[in-house]
Design a protein around this ligand. Structure first.
Ligand code: NDP
Length: 278
């Protein structure tokens, strides 16, 4: 049986084993997928031991997504641009590093939520690892404009500079939250971790264009603080990041197994599970 794993610290909360096990059953692939806790200073040793035991690939989660790049002998363009990865594939001596978070977000927005990003004004809140991972895939679907806003303004400008070369079809701008006054957007994506502190990024109340979609990469039971704030501003199209989570997993699964699983039934099952208090 082929072995895969998600490696992180902490990792016990990860939904990846449930998702990949469901994909394997659905596509009749003979594999097992586990969660592996790596010591904070022991990521590469954990990967090495997993590989030595016959592991075929791993997903990488917080806080190892940057460090994982050093283990890859080859990086895909999207992993290179992001400077971080979430998927390693072992093939003999070759270790391919990829980042499927961004394509997962784009597939969730475009396919699951019927939100055509092309020609839209997109606002990305945050400039951390998650934001960095989604900028190239977002630019590749050619929004009219992609604006990056962050609490620490210099980090937003750094991202703009890093991705300017990919923005030939879109206006790529950056600034702080206060610079958003007077602007409106068709899609607003929260890639900050403010929800973890039970906060929402401070946004002007006219930031959402009529019919806009508010998307929070964070997920859980009910509205996140960002989604609650958007709802209070009259937004009716709201989505959390559970679909992104399932879609990035589907992309990793397709890379590893050469077969693309259907994400919709797995997303519905996970949604029902999340809605049921433990
Ligand atoms: P990082 O720690 O790398 O970055 C955090 C970002 O949030 C920074 O831009 C930081 O701003 C900002 N921030 C933190 N607190 C606040 C606050 N109170 N108000 C405003 N901005 C704030 O985290 P990640 O980028 O890795 O993750 C961000 C979120 O994305 C997390 O909630 C994570 O769970 C989610 N995520 C979801 C995925 C999915 O599949 N659904 C995949 C990956 C991530 P500053 O620079 O000023 O510190």
């Amino acid at each position: 049986m082929d072995r895969y794993a998600v490696i992180g610290h902490p990792v016990e909360h990860s939904k990846s084993p449930i998702i990949h096990t469901a994909f394997a059953r659905q596509t009749r692939q003979d594999l097992c997928y586990q969660a592996l806790l790596a010591p904070l200073d022991g990521f590469s040793d954990t990967v090495r031991m997993f590989r030595a035991g016959g592991g075929r690939g791993v997903n990488v989660t917080v806080p190892f997504k940057l460090e994982a790049c050093a283990l890859a002998t080859r990086l895909t363009a999207r992993a290179k641009a992001a400077g971080a990865l979430n998927t390693l594939t072992f093939n003999g001596d070759i270790v391919v590093g990829d980042n499927t978070d961004g394509i997962g977000l784009v597939r969730d927005l475009v396919l699951n939520l019927s939100c055509p990003l092309a020609g839209q004004r997109v606002l990305l809140l945050g400039a951390g690892g998650a934001a960095r991972g989604v900028i190239l895939p977002l630019l590749q679907v050619r929004p009219t404009a992609l604006t990056i806003a962050n609490r620490t303004v210099s980090r937003a400008h750094e991202l703009r500079a890093a991705f300017a070369e990919y923005a030939d079809q879109s206006a790529l701008t950056a600034g702080g939250f206060e610079d958003l006054e007077g602007w409106e957007f068709d899609v607003v994506i929260n890639a900050t971790s403010a929800s973890l502190e039970n906060e929402a990024p401070p946004l002007p109340d006219k930031i959402f264009a009529p019919g806009a979609l508010a998307y929070d990469m964070m997920y859980g039971m009910g509205d996140t603080p960002f989604l609650a704030a958007a709802r209070a501003m009259g937004v009716t199209r709201l989505a959390d990041g559970l679909g992104m989570l399932v879609e990035q997993a589907a992309e990793s699964f397709a890379l590893w197994r050469g077969v693309r699983p259907k994400s919709a039934p797995v997303l519905s099952k996970l949604r029902r599970k999340l809605a049921t208090p433990a």
